[in-house]
Design a binder for this molecule. Sequence first.
Ligand code: BG6
Ligand code: MG
Length: 219
Amino acid sequence: QLEAVIFDLDGVLTDTAEFHYQAWKELADELGIPFDRAYNENLKGVDRRASLELILQQASRTYSETEKEQFMARKNSRYQELIRTIRPEHLLPGIPELLEELKSNGIKMAVASASRNAQAILQALAITDYFDHIVDAGALERGKPDPEVFLKAAEALGVRPKNCIGIEDAFSGLEAVNAANMVSVGVGHPETLAIADTVVASTGQLSWSRLKEVYEARA
Ligand code: BG6
Ligand code: MG
């Protein structure tokens, strides 16, 4: 029985995946490190520190811990500048309707994001009240692809993982959903996200009836 839907934030509820990319891209350009959208796919869902390490793998020199701290701070302040523009109309297509439908059908909802900026973004989107739980990214021991963030969400909702759907735009995020033993729904390219139980091209294709179908097909 489907009882809960657990949402990733960046790239699922709103298009902040693009802002993360832009902020990292500016840093990489300043440092003269090659970085493009294809490589950025590896960073999606991955926490701040691990994202920086992935970028620095492409560099021709090594950096000290102090420099790395500075890079993360620089990226985050640029990112925070970019997210200041976020308004409720920046919810991705179909998301307002989906949240309403799930709520009226008594489905519990949580946010399982790796972002320490999640609370601020949910507030700017004015959707905080839909969620029964928002996992604190700062309190996580292991990032995606580890299932910790999804398991914490299910636990806080009091729902068994197998009664949850996890929605993700990132490969690492879908690995986490699968490892948590939840039904996984990917938003994006079917080839990139082939490990999901179902992939939709856009959030506009997500609806209560579609999610029920996906869940029943898997169960
Ligand atoms: C994830 C994003 O949701 O949050 C990643 O997909 C990002 O791109 C991660 O690195 C951490 O975000 P923040 O806001 O804590 O730097
Ligand atoms: Mg994401």
